[in-house]
Design a protein around this ligand. Structure first.
Ligand code: PGA
Length: 255
């Protein structure tokens, strides 16, 4: 079975100021200099260039990510940001399908698919987020929802793209709520997603694909979650805004 390099992303969401984002980055540059996992930060758009400059100057292994991108290359799309613009700013990773974009902003499976495709076509790494709501979990629909979202997002994805695809399983009811999936429940969902990738593509691709967990991961629960065989790291919201907590979580992912 191939070794999957663990991935931990800090999704800062619509938080921080320019000053606090720079201070957080400064501390992470110091604490995450020698990790054998892939760590990334996903700051708000206006701070990307500043943070890119800091990471580059320090020769930091921390990757720079963006929280969203539009699928069109350029044109009359007021307020949107293209993948090419992000790449121009040194971004290497982009989130698509985050539950806040699906459920708060109203993005459809189809739009998430177009964005996912645009990110992968541009040669960047895509962190595709999928996951069920509480009602869907209680109705026993977890696997069906994950399957629907994954198939829609990956409809046009080719085997070549998979090297640059990370799937984040983020149960909506666990995001920002302090309520985490049990390691067993998360593992079960991850194993189903891996089986789905094998069904859509093949087993070697499924074995090589990183599937990370998100939803109230913190310094206390990270190690137990990351110890599950199909959990290859995490996407961290609230706890990623604190350098000490994010560092502990990244270290918990190192195998
Ligand atoms: P949380 O967010 O860690 O604050 O629950 C996770 C996410 O939305 O990616």
């Amino acid at each position: 079975m191939p070794m999957r390099t663990p991935f931990v992303g800090g999704n800062w969401k619509m938080n921080a100021s320019l000053a606090s984002a720079a201070a957080l980055t400064e501390r992470l540059i110091g604490s995450l200099a020698d990790l054998d996992i892939q760590a990334a930060v996903f700051p708000p758009f206006p701070y990307l260039l500043r943070i890119r400059g800091m990471l580059a100057q320090a020769d930091s292994p921390i990757a720079l990510g963006a929280q969203d991108a539009y699928f069109q290359r350029d044109g009359a799309f007021t307020g949107e940001v293209s993948v090419a613009m992000l790449a121009d700013c040194g971004v290497t990773h982009v989130l698509t399908g985050h539950s806040e974009r699906r459920h708060v902003i109203g993005e459809s499976d189809e739009l998430v698919g177009k964005k996912t495709q645009a990110v992968l076509d541009a040669g960047l790494t895509c962190v595709l987020c999928i996951g069920e709501t509480l009602g869907q979990r209680e109705a026993g629909e977890t696997d069906a929802v994950n399957e629907r979202q994954a198939r829609a997002a990956l409809a046009a994805v080719t085997p070549d793209h998979f090297e640059r695809l990370i799937i984040a399983y983020e149960p909506v009811w666990a995001i920002g709520t302090g309520r985490t999936a049990t390691p067993g429940d998360a593992q079960a969902a991850h194993a189903s997603i891996r089986a789905l990738v094998a069904d859509m593509f093949d087993q070697p691709i499924a074995d090589a694909t990183r599937i990370i967990y998100g939803g109230s991961v913190n310094a206390e629960n990270a190690a137990e979650l990351f110890a599950q065989p199909d959990i290859d790291g995490g996407l961290i919201g609230g706890a990623s805004l604190d350098a000490d907590n994010f560092t502990v979580i990244c270290r918990a992912a190192a195998r």
